[in-house]
Structure formats: C-alpha cells, structure tokens
Design a protein around this ligand. Structure first.
Ligand code: NAP
Length: 234
C-alpha cells in the first residue's frame, strides 16, 4: 500500500478519531502507544515513548512497516499533562514530559525522514497552551510551546524536500486527558464552556478533520492552526 499514517497515541481520544478518519480515506495506519488502538485494521506497535531508548527495539519494526510507502503522514499526537508549577516542578517529571511530548517526536522524525518522499507531511499536535499559558500546568505549557518551535524548525530544515509541516492547536477537547485534568466537577465544565465562543467542548473528530485537512494541504506549511471553537475574550 502506498499511503501510510504513522501516529502516536491512537489508542484513545484525538489519536483514535484521527486513525479512524485516515482509515476511511484509504490510508494504512500504524499506531505507537502503550495500549492498542481497537480499530480492527490498525497496526499497533506497543511502545512507551516516555522511555528515551524506545527506538532500540520499536524503531526497526516501524521502518520495516513503512518500507513500501510512497507517502507518509507522521502525526505527533501522544502527550501527557501533569499538574505542576514554577515552585514545585520536579525535574524528573519535567524530563519525562519533555521526552514524550518533544524528544520522542524528534526521534521519530530522524528515524522516518529517510523513508519519507515528496508529498509526505509531519504534523504536531500542540495546544492552545502552545501559544499562551495558564497556571499549574508548567511542564505541559513548556512542552507545547516547544512543539511549535519544533514545527517551525522542521519547516526550515525541510526546505526542498517536498514534505510539509504544521502544528494543530486544539482547544478544550472532550477526551480522557481533559476529564483527568478537570475531574467530575460540573461547575468547572460550565465555567470552561463559558470561555468557548460556540459554548461547547471540541469533539475529537473535529481535530481529526483539521489534521486531515493539514495533511492534504501543502499550502499549510510552517503554520500554527488553532482549532478551539473560538475563545471568548474578556
Ligand atoms: N483534550 C484536550 O483538551 C487537548 C487540548 C489541547 C491539546 N491536546 C493534545 O492532543 C493530543 C491528544 O490528547 P488527547 O486529549 O486525545 O489525550 P488522551 O485521550 O489522554 O490520549 C493520549 C494518547 O497518548 C498516548 N500516550 C500517553 N503516554 C504515552 C506513552 N508514554 N507512550 C506512548 N503513548 C502514550 C495514550 O496511549 P496509551 O495510554 O495507550 O499509551 C493515548 O493514546 C495531545 O498531544 C494533547 O496534548 C488535547
């Protein structure tokens, strides 16, 4: 098969919705995460990307899987969000967040680039918190700003390759990550949706649509695309 999506974190949430959409569009899909993506035709590589030496074993398997691909879309989606602040940040936790959210994408780029032909794309899933900050998400904010820098640097390094890149910045999206961050407090959900112009959470399928659009649009190269239903300014 000639078109392949390589995506991290497609076992749930935004990654799962994206894997489903690319399958519907005729792509072969390879997922890298610790637990499997349940969609029947997805190839799963069970990998802990927070471990710095994940590529020693998983890397060769991945290269073999994409060997016959003419076009590769690589989506850096897996991430963790921790609760921490300037006063209590644990350097070990910061290092782990950066490994998963920033270093693993760099490792994957380096591994796959030699196999990626003209027409391929590298997409980074950043966040609204890639361009602004809120309190108590110190490591995450740092990592999501880094993802945008990583995308911009990729764009410059890829000049002449025919490979395009973009960073998609989801707003509050209804996934386990958001649930874990906000807990079950209905008042908090009310407060959050009051900051969203369309008055509801983003659905994972809407971010999948945005990633699909970016992957098929070489004009969107070096761009930061916000997908957040509009933010209410006060
Ligand atoms: N939800 C939001 O409101 C929101 C807003 C802005 C940006 N984002 C971004 O959107 C992306 C997807 O988030 P989501 O909301 O869909 O999160 P999610 O539902 O928590 O899914 C996260 C994915 O990352 C994978 N993952 C986590 N740790 C991993 C590890 N050590 N190794 C490999 N894979 C790992 C998980 O798979 P396993 O657990 O199976 O390993 C899972 O598939 C992230 O980059 C996030 O920062 C989300």
């Amino acid at each position: 098969m000639s078109k392949t999506l390589v995506i991290t974190g497609a076992s749930k949430g935004i990654g799962l919705a994206t894997a489903k959409l690319f399958l519907e569009q005729g792509y072969r899909v390879i997922n890298l995460s610790r637990s499997a993506c349940a969609l029947p035709s997805v190839t799963n590589l069970k990998i802990d990307l927070a471990s710095h030496d994940w590529s020693n074993e998983g890397g060769q398997d991945l290269l073999q899987l994409i060997d016959d691909s003419q076009e590769v879309v690589l989506i850096h989606n897996a991430a963790i969000m921790t609760k921490d602040s300037i006063g209590d940040i644990d350097p070990a936790v910061l290092a782990q967040v950066l490994q998963l959210n920033v270093v693993a994408p760099a490792q994957l780029n380096r591994l796959l680039l030699p196999k990626m032909q003209t027409g391929s794309a590298i997409l980074y899933v950043s966040s609204t918190l890639g361009t602004k900050a809120v309190a108590n998400t110190h490591a995450y904010v740092i990592s999501k700003h880094a993802a945008i820098g990583q995308m911009r640097a990729s764009c410059q390094d890829l000049v002449g390759s025919g490979i395009h890149t973009a960073a998609v910045c989801p707003g509050f999206t209804e996934t386990e990550m958001l649930q874990a961050h906000l807990g079950e407090n209905p008042e908090l959900y009310k407060e959050i949706t009051s900051t969203i112009a369309l008055g509801r959470l983003v659905q994972p399928a809407e971010i999948a649509d945005t990633l699909w659009f970016c992957s098929q649009s070489p004009a969107i190269n070096g761009a930061v695309i916000h997908a957040n239903l509009g933010q209410v300014e006060r």
